[in-house]
Design a protein around this ligand. Structure first.
Ligand SMILES: C[S@@+](CC[C@H](N)C(=O)[O-])C[C@H]1O[C@@H](n2cnc3c(N)ncnc32)[C@H](O)[C@@H]1O
Length: 159
């Protein structure tokens, strides 16, 4: 399985980078996982609604350019679907069974994801009603993808 984590904005925090590298290493036994980091648009506090929309649209174009037609897209969004770890594991297992070998998880920038990206998504995923910074979201997502593979292989993992 080829998994892309497409993310707007740079990963700056060293402690998160270390955690992400650790999960990428652990995941390498189960899947080919790549991080696609895309530049964000400047989004100062005082943007109008139209300007905010423009920021999301510009970032959205960058995201969509990185997704091939045969990719199953899962958009991370606060208002997306909440799932248990076992449900996410089942989703990944089902996708593999149906020959969907390319999966992209999308993490938005500070203003979230554009309508076009949400429309392209085959599924959505919410990690709660709380807002997480995009850098931390990467680490949490990788841990859950790793957990999903462990669950699917009946391998032990921390409950
Ligand atoms: C700082 S958040 C953006 C917050 C923005 N105000 C919004 O409502 O989307 C950056 C990105 O992290 C991801 N994210 C943050 N919290 C999340 C959550 N609880 N569930 C799923 N994704 C989340 C989303 O992809 C979001 O676009």
């Amino acid at each position: 399985m080829n998994i892309s984590i497409i993310s707007i904005g740079k990963l700056k925090e060293k402690y998160l980078k270390q955690g992400i590298d650790e999960y990428l290493k652990r995941l390498s036994s189960y899947a080919k996982v790549e991080i696609v980091e895309l530049p964000d648009e400047k989004a100062p506090e005082n943007l109008s609604d139209a300007e905010m929309l423009m920021v999301k649209e510009k970032e959205g174009i960058r995201i969509l350019e990185k997704i091939s037609e045969d990719t199953h897209v899962i958009a991370l969004a606060i208002e997306g679907k909440m799932k248990s770890s076992e449900e996410l594991a089942k989703d990944l297992d089902r996708l593999a069974t149906y020959g969907k070998s390319k999966i992209a998880f999308i993490i938005g920038g500070s203003l979230g994801l554009s309508k076009d990206v949400m429309n392209r998504a085959n599924d959505t995923l919410s990690f709660s009603k709380m807002t997480f910074p995009h850098q931390l979201m990467r680490l949490i997502l990788l841990e859950q993808v790793y957990r999903a593979f462990r669950i699917n292989r009946n391998e032990p993992y921390h409950k």
